[in-house]
Each structure stands twice: as C-alpha cells, then as structure tokens.
Design a protein around this ligand. Structure first.
Ligand code: XLS
Ligand code: NI
Ligand code: NI
Length: 441
C-alpha cells in the first residue's frame, strides 16, 4: 500500500530530518536524533513518541465562542468509511514524515459514530483492515487505544459512574468494542480517561456507589481484555476537573489509592498528563515521582498549560525547565513502564497552515530530546544524585537503618533522642540545586 498516494495532504513537506542545533531550518529536528544513544539506549526508545489522532486529525479549532477554523480535506467525503480512510491516509502520511513510530486514538476518532451501537461497531470493524495495512506498510505502531465515553449526550452524567445502569451497560459495550479494536491493531496499552466520571453537584451524587461501580467496571474490562489475550498495560489518566467540576481520577495519588482499594494495582498503571498535573495544583514532576514511587509510571501525555489560564489548554510542550525536571525523574525511575510520550496537544485556533502541525510536533520532540540530554548530564556529571542521597545518609546504618527495617519502637526513638541531645541544623540546599539545574540547561 502506498503511504503517500496521489492524495498527498501535506504537500511540499518531506521527511523531517535531524540537522543539529545550529540548523535554522524550521522543518528539521535540532535535538531529536532518534538513534543517538542516551543513558544506555537510543533516544527514540526512551520516548516512543506518539501522535494523538484526535487533536491532530479530528480537532478543527472550535471553542465555546466560535466554530472551527480548520477545514480538513480528509473530512470532505460524504461517506463515513471513505472519510475514515482519507483521515488514515493523512494521519499516516503525517506520522511517517515526522519519523514517529506510534499513534493513539479514541474509537470514534477513527470513524464517525453511527446512529446505533451495532452500526457503530460495524463501522469500526470495517475501518480496521485499512488501518492495519497502513500500520504494516509504515511500521507505525499503536501505543494505546481508548474509548470516547464522554462526548455523546448519553454520557452527560458519566459512563461507568452513571446513576442509570442502562448507560453504564452501553459504556461497557462501547469499551468492549474499543478493546477489540486495540487488540486487533496490536495496541501496546489501553487507556481509561474518565472524562465525565465525577460530578457536577454533590446534591444529586452518591460518591460511594459511583466509585464502587467504577472499580467493578474496570475489573470487568480488564478481565475481558485478558480473556482475549491482551498482554499490555491498562492506564488510568488522572485529571482533577474539566469537564466535570470534580473528577474521581483526581491525581496520581488518588488514582493509586483507588486502584489498590479495588485490587486493580497489578494490571493498571498511570498515564500522566502535564496540564492535568498543573490543574490539580501539582507539578508534572510531582505526579511522576508519586507514580514512580509506586512502580506505576506507565506513560505520558505531553503538553503544557498556560500560567494565566485555569483550564486544560493542551499546548505543545516547550518549557525546557519543566521538561528537564520530568526527564530527571524519568531517568531515575528507569523509564516508562510500557508507555511512551503521546503529544496530547493541539494547535492554537489561529494556527491554520498545514505546516503548523509539523512545527508543533518538531518543537515538542526537540524539547523532550534536549531535556533528556540535559538530565543525563546532570545525573552523570554533577553531584546532584549524590547530594540527594547524602540527605538521607543517617538511614544507611545504625539506628536509622534499624528504623527502616522495622526494628525500632516508639520508646526506642525516645531513648535515642534522649541520648543524642540537641541537634544542629542542616541546610536543604534548595537554591544551590536550582542553580545547578539551570547551569546545565
Ligand atoms: C483530556 C484527556 C484526553 C485523554 C484521552 O483532557 O487528556 O485527551 O488523553 O481520552
Ligand atoms: Ni490526555
Ligand atoms: Ni487532557
């Protein structure tokens, strides 16, 4: 199957080369050099960069104040299956030219939802062989699939947490189809983002019931996928709010507690998103540290928020300082578990040139690549790790070690405290560490 047929959508743009940091070619990578080895493996393996089907090929720039500004030529066909094939042509042309190896989708990003469940299921099934052929021809793989159980009005009160069992069942049917599609395309992971799993008002909500339903539902989805030989990881994507006032998957710590409570911790990990972390009042590094501490750092939705806006602006990442801190945590955690870096980011509404989509992804990939290189140097050339380690050295031997091993009681702590007398102060050296990071950037 030709990857770029007579219907070339991004005309005049070829394969994006790596040209190095001195290049002034906007359509070239300055830092993202896929084969370059960093911390023991090629850059591309640290990242597994993925293009998000929804933002890049479905979003049109519509906002609450006006319609879309983009008219995608691949949407022009009247027949939904033909439009789906055209969209796949555009997507695989783009991903291939970019040199990325992965993509991610929601079920109804691939093809427009039909009026009934059965007809929708058939549409997806009918689209899969074409996608599969595109994937085989290009070598592009599926990082994860998911189901859109939040856009259709039927889900206005949630999907698995809906107060109406009939809607919950409908969501189950849809997710079964999305799992089938993900498995058919060899998806490496499956994501649950609880778009409307939460509430608008506590006056009409029973949290205890809704959480139990969500826990049971996720277990059913896991059991079904495992029975179909799916060996990948399930990810929960935390987000504190938007569209709901409050979402149950608030942040990493909340989700980890939820997963353990419902016995899902062995099959599920986290897909963390930068703008969701900041909406929750955390930094992305905080979210990654929490996930890593529990062995659940699965995947990343890469984007950024805006300091002046309180919502999920989903801009392409370009904050070198923020991403450097993320890469420090990533390297120290030993990488992502099964997932990759999915650019869950969208162009601004007034970025209307076809090349803008390339420029955005190039900038994002270069930001991650540059940050990874900086983080590697910080870890190997500076005393950053040593300083952090040293702060805890009192636990490496003697009573500190005995405490960690569970060998002391509270009265032992009392006796130790009496014996050691009053203590000197030790600086946390925060400013010194902040200066150190900036020196390497
Ligand atoms: C929305 C989420 C969404 C998920 C996939 O805020 O980031 O895009 O990643 O459903
Ligand atoms: Ni996301
Ligand atoms: Ni998001």
């Amino acid at each position: 199957m030709p990857l770029i047929g007579d219907k070339e959508y991004f005309k005049g743009i070829g394969h994006i080369p790596f040209e190095g940091k001195d290049s002034d070619n906007p359509l070239a990578y300055k830092y993202y050099d896929p084969a370059r080895r960093v911390a023991g493996k090629p850059m591309k393996e640290h990242f597994k960069f993925a293009v998000a089907y929804w933002h890049s090929f479905c979003g049109t720039g519509a906002d609450p104040f006006g319609p879309g500004t983009l008219q995608h030529p691949w949407d022009a066909a009247g027949d939904p299956l033909e439009a789906a094939r055209n969209k796949a042509d555009a997507a695989f042309e783009f991903i291939t030219k970019l040199g990325f190896e992965y993509f991610c989708f929601h079920d109804f990003d691939l093809v427009q939802e039909a009026p009934t469940l059965k007809a929708s299921e058939k549409r997806i099934q009918d689209t899969l062989p074409y996608l599969k052929a595109k994937m085989e021809a290009s070598g592009v793989k599926l990082l994860w699939g998911t189901a859109n159980c939040f856009s259709h009005p039927r889900y206005m009160n949630g999907a698995s947490t809906n107060p109406d069992f009939r809607v919950l069942a409908r969501a189950g049917a849809q997710i079964k189809g999305a799992l089938d599609a993900t498995i058919a395309l060899g998806g490496e992971n499956y994501v649950f983002w609880g778009g409307r799993e939460g509430y608008m008002s506590l006056l009409n909500t029973k949290i205890d019931k809704e959480l139990d339903h969500m826990g049971r539902f996720l277990g059913m989805a896991r059991d079904y996928a495992r029975s179909k030989e799916f060996t990948g990881t399930f990810f929960i994507e935390p987000k504190p709010m938007e569209p709901m006032k409050h979402q149950y998957d608030y942040d990493a710590a909340t989700v980890i507690g939820f997963l353990r409570h419902y016995g899902l911790q062995d099959d599920f990990k986290l897909n963390l998103e930068v703008n969701h972390a900041t909406l929750a009042g955390h930094s992305m590094q905080h979210e990654m540290e929490i996930a890593a501490a529990h062995g659940m750092l699965g995947s990343i939705d890469a984007n950024r928020g805006d300091y002046q806006n309180g919502w999920d602006t989903d801009q392409f990442p370009n904050n070198l300082n923020e991403v450097t801190l993320m890469m420090l945590t990533l390297l120290e955690a030993g990488g992502l578990q099964g997932g990759g870096i999915n650019f869950d980011a969208k162009l601004r509404r007034n970025s209307t040139d076809p090349e803008d989509l390339f420029l955005a992804h190039i900038g994002g990939a270069d930001t991650f690549a540059r940050a990874l290189l900086i983080a590697e140097r910080i870890l190997t050339e500076s005393n950053y790790s040593e300083l952090r380690q040293k702060r805890y050295e009192s636990f490496e031997s003697g009573n500190g070690k005995a405490f960690e091993m569970g060998k002391l009681s509270l009265t032992d702590l009392y006796d130790i405290a009496v014996a050691q007398g009053e203590l000197p102060l030790y600086s946390g050296k925060q400013e010194m560490l902040e200066n150190l990071i900036n020196r390497y950037i």
